[in-house]
Write a protein that binds this ligand. Structure first.
Ligand code: FAD
Ligand code: SIN
Length: 537
């Protein structure tokens, strides 16, 4: 079966939905999402959106903080553009109906939070459930729009590109590579559909699931980066994986984040004996940049052999804690932890992918008609380390810019007839009876990525990880072509690809900078490495 549309958007997070709302003004939009429409990282975002609203703050200070976090690798033009456009995008969300928390009393206005690396209060938030509120409002608007259709449980498999059609003799060779949509698995109907589109947008989010411990939901398997890379898109800076310092440590909690905003409101990190330790590592203590806090905790844990450290906010009035962090309070209580009375056991976990598909300031990739926005992209905002709460901001700004830019491309393209790509060819694939291969490889990847390619790396560990991932890649290749595709198999293939890209970039960078820390090259080397790590097939 074939679906024809002007815009194909893959992903229903903040990036995909923001794009779709704007794009629907100039054409038809189909949005695919691989599970339910709210299963996105966006929906779990807690802290908020960084943007300048306080008269004591300035665009220049937000720019400076972002550049400092990025350790010399941000693209300053992109940083300036995103910070400048931020307040308009946030105001637009408010006009759509997003309720951000307000200050109480005489001094009314947006309640602004603070997180690591920010020198001013500038984080707009909806208590500690910001993502859920933004997702709710954007989805409502999308669902009311007659030009937009959402396809749930539709897993994009691979992009349809001109060179694939040239190989099949459908198109003749021209110079530039072009994307015409994607093959998509309808996971409930067990069939593969062809989505044919003039513009394709990857808004597939991050890849936290490549690590054993992560704050990310299950959808975060790096599908967009893997699909883009296989199609020939340039990929950059995959070594810069951000580990969030504070995820709940509890045997029954799968992946629950304790927002950095808790530290912003005075939360203190303690060792098992109740001693604060961050002052040993950085003058900004608990509010140092995320890479520094995560590494400090890692070091404390390695020194003490303890399984976790503790985050304490119990010195603040209980009423304040419950009012400001209702979600964290209630969730911890489910695990018998009363955060108004006792410290929270926490550990670092993989949280955010700073690298991704290389794009320009409008979200354009190196392939014509293919855009990448949000966490899947590497647009130059974050450099070697993302400043807290700059991610939702980036997705809002790039969602809008990519839609405006692609509307221009669409205008130019509309008269060109869409090519007819070949239907998905399952070859002689049969149903698999051996799902254990998938689960085993999945576990193995996540474990060696955590142990060998985690917060602290060495050349030896990276080499070990590379040799493991190559073996797994070979097994997957053999498996992939023999069996009918399933969501699990597709995710495993993408996870292995992303693991390989992270290890490759980490092995190329022979220095330590931001989120990439290699004990064999412990210093920053501006002479040779003040540049992106760019790779492509
Ligand atoms: P997502 O919101 O992750 O959406 C990805 C979409 O792509 C999903 O719909 C998914 O199903 C779909 N998808 C993926 N692969 C496929 C496929 N193959 N086929 C079809 N669909 C596919 N950032 C901040 O700025 N502030 C915060 O306070 C904050 N808090 C966070 C808290 C948590 C717990 C987490 C995990 C992240 C947080 N972040 C925060 C980061 C931020 O939430 C994400 O970077 C951002 O939401 C990513 O948005 P996105 O639209 O790019 O992707
Ligand atoms: C948090 O609330 O700590 C997450 C913020 C972010 O990832 O930017």
């Amino acid at each position: 079966m074939e679906v024809r549309t002007d815009y194909l958007v893959i992903g229903t997070g903040i990036a995909g939905l923001s794009f779709a709302l704007q794009a629907a003004k100039s054409g038809s939009v189909a949005i695919c999402t691989k599970k339910g429409k709210t299963e996105t990282s966006t929906n779990y975002a807690q802290g908020g959106i960084a943007s300048v609203f306080d008269p004591e703050d300035s665009l220049e200070l937000h720019i400076e903080d972002t550049l400092r976090a990025g350790c010399g690798l941000c693209n300053e033009d992109v940083v300036r553009m995103v910070v400048r456009e931020g307040p308009d995008r946030v105001n637009e969300l408010i006009s759509f109906g997003v309720h951000f928390s307000q200050r109480q009393g005489d001094d009314q206005g947006l309640d602004l939070g603070i997180e690591g690396g920010h020198t001013r209060r500038r984080i707009v938030h909806t208590k500690d459930r910001t993502g859920q509120e933004v997702e709710r409002v954007l989805l409502d608007r999308v669902e009311d729009n007659p030009n937009i259709k959402i396809y749930e449980n539709h897993v994009a498999i691979d992009l349809i590109t001109k060179s694939k059609m040239i190989k099949k003799g459908i198109l003749t060779k021209e110079t530039s590579e072009t994307c015409w949509g994607a093959y998509v698995l309808d996971a409930e109907g067990n069939r593969v559909l062809t989505f044919l589109a003039r513009i394709t947008v990857l808004a597939t989010g991050g890849a936290g699931k490549v690590y054993l411990y992560t704050s990310n939901p299950d959808i975060a398997t790096g599908d967009g980066v893997a699909m883009g890379y296989r199609a020939g898109v340039k990929v950059a800076n995959m070594e810069f994986v951000q580990f969030h310092p504070t995820c709940l440590y509890h045997p029954k909690a799968k992946n629950f984040l304790i927002s950095e905003a808790v530290r912003g409101e005075g939360g203190i990190l303690l060792d098992r004996k109740g001693n604060p330790f961050m002052e040993k590592y950085h003058p900004m203590k608990e509010l140092a940049f995320r890479d520094i806090v995560a590494r400090s905790i890692d070091l404390e844990l390695k020194k003490s052999g303890d399984p976790c450290v503790y985050l304490d906010i119990s010195h603040k009035p209980a009423a304040f804690v419950k009012e400001r962090f209702p979600h964290i309070y209630e969730t911890c209580l489910e695990y018998q932890i009363d955060i108004t009375r006792e410290p929270i056991p926490v550990v670092p976990a993989a949280h955010y992918m700073c690298g991704g598909l290389l794009t320009d300031q409008d979200g354009r990739t190196s392939i014509d008609n293919l855009f990448a926005i949000g966490e899947v992209a590497c647009a130059g905002l974050h450099g070697a380390n993302r400043l807290a709460s700059n991610s939702l901001l980036e997705a809002l700004v790039f969602g809008r810019r990519a839609a405006e830019s692609s509307a221009r491309v669409l205008g130019d393209n509309k008269k060109i007839p869409l090519p007819t790509p070949p239907e998905w060819d399952p070859g002689s694939a049969t149903d698999s009876e051996e799902m254990v291969v998938v689960t085993h490889n999945w576990d193995e990847i996540r474990r060696f990525m955590w142990n060998y390619v985690g917060i602290v790396r060495t050349n030896k560990r990276l080499a070990r990880a590379m040799s493991r991932v190559k073996i797994i890649q070979d097994e997957i290749k053999e498996y992939y072509w023999n069996f009918i595709v399933t969501r699990d198999l597709l995710e495993l293939r993408n996870l292995a690809m992303v693991a390989e890209l992270i290890i490759t970039c980490a092995s190329l960078r022979k220095e330590s900078r931001g989120l990439h820390y290699n004990l064999d090259y412990p210093s920053q080397d501006d002479r040779h490495w003040k540049r992106d790590t760019v790779i492509w097939l």
